[in-house]
Design a protein around this ligand. Structure first.
Ligand code: ATP
Length: 353
């Protein structure tokens, strides 16, 4: 029995998680596994009713699960930052989810705005707890003309090494042949010098895997010009944040972008990259494929490789047949796309035997 905590959250989070669960329930039948889903109410409604974002007892409870399946949070009635800090960042830091894993995969050539690209299939390993996002810094003489604002970039050897090692391990596990480091060591001559040295050291343990390197500015260009050359990319927190949004756009946008917040060997959290999208919530037009691909990423992490792979194939099939929501040029509703994926999954599973 695989224990999964489910936090649908707010807005379209609820709508797309429902479709992800539909697909996971079909996997239970097809793959002969069982999931024990336990749903939690955290999000804007719960906060407005109780004043609670994410209590400590819930974090403790989550430690006993195999994974957390998360929708999205954010609501116009709640001040920006309250739910993000109180729920998402709290989960990330309390559970030490030090990897943000984000695939950038083109499921159909018509989805990319880059002319003539057929194949894009890279995955970002973004360090998720340090760098400029560690929250270290402060103000001096705040609000005066002499104000000083400092935000420190934290890079520990421990933190860098575990991220880099994850990237090589992931490449090895999934049969990918190359790991690319993206940094800005030519300017950040201390912090990213550490990244370069650690990368070189760790790569010695993986002689079968090729290595490559780009400065982040060159990477932004290269991702448009030749995205097909990348396989696994490892990068510090802020660059990962920015480049993965660029990545999402070159393969079809937010409606398809999946992510995992991972601590290998411990409970990890899987969420679509998009937010709660209040502008389209309740209309039944949210694209559930990001949430469904997120479920696939979660199953891969849990070692259910075949099920994960088959969900991806089913998603590719519905995209090919244009059984998609308006953001991808189709006319189906959220739940109809979920049904189409379930149907495709059944057919493909049958075909593969
Ligand atoms: P956040 O501030 O957390 O990023 P947001 O709700 O402001 O959240 P997103 O939800 O990330 O923004 O998305 C921005 C816009 O992209 C939405 O307003 C919506 O129009 C569109 N969008 C996002 N996700 C989807 C989706 N799954 N299906 C269709 N459109 C989407």
């Amino acid at each position: 029995m695989i224990k999964i905590a489910v936090i649908p959250g707010d807005g379209i989070g609820k709508e797309v998680v429902a479709e992800g669960l539909k697909v996971l329930k079909k996997i239970e039948q097809l793959a002969n596994v069982s999931f024990d889903f336990q749903e939690y109410p955290f999000g804007a409604d719960h906060y407005l009713k109780t004043g609670e974002t994410l209590p400590d007892w819930a974090i403790e409870e989550f430690r006993n699960f195999d994974a957390i399946y998360f929708g999205a949070i954010g609501d116009p009635r709640v001040k920006p930052g309250v739910l993000e800090h109180g729920i998402l960042l709290k989960l990330r830091f309390s559970l030490d989810l030090y990897i943000n894993l984000r695939p950038v995969k083109l499921y159909h050539p018509r989805l990319t705005p880059i002319k003539g690209k057929e194949k894009i299939d890279m995955i970002f390993v973004r360090e998720n707890t340090e760098g400029l996002y560690a929250g270290a810094g402060g103000f001096l003489r705040r609000g005066t003309p002499q104000e000083v604002a400092i935000q420190e970039m934290i890079n520990t050897r421990y933190g860098v090494e575990r991220a880099v090692r994850f990237a090589f391990e992931y490449a090895k596990k999934t049969g990918r042949k190359k790991v690319t480091l993206v940094d800005k060591a030519n300017v950040l001559t201390y912090a990213h010098d550490l990244w370069q040295r650690v990368f070189a050291e760790v790569s010695n343990d993986y002689p079968e895997i090729e290595t490559d390197h780009y400065y982040v500015d060159a990477m932004a260009m290269k991702m448009i010009r030749s995205p097909e050359i990348f396989e696994v990319v490892v990068t510090p927190n802020m660059f990962g944040d920015i480049l993965t949004d660029l990545g999402a756009e070159i393969v079809g946008g937010l409606g398809l972008a999946a992510s995992g917040n991972i601590h290998p060997g411990r409970v990890s959290m899987f969420e679509p990259v998009h937010g709660s999208a209040p502008d389209i919530a309740g209309k039944g037009i949210a694209n559930p494929l990001a949430a469904i691909l997120t479920a696939s990423l979660m199953l891969e992490h849990l070692g259910l490789d075949k099920a994960a792979h088959m969900i991806e194939k089913a998603v590719a099939r519905v995209i090919e047949e244009n059984k998609v929501t308006p953001d991808l040029g189709g006319s189906l509703k959220t739940n109809e796309v979920g049904d189409a994926v379930v149907e495709a999954l059944e057919v493909l599973w049958d075909e593969e035997g």
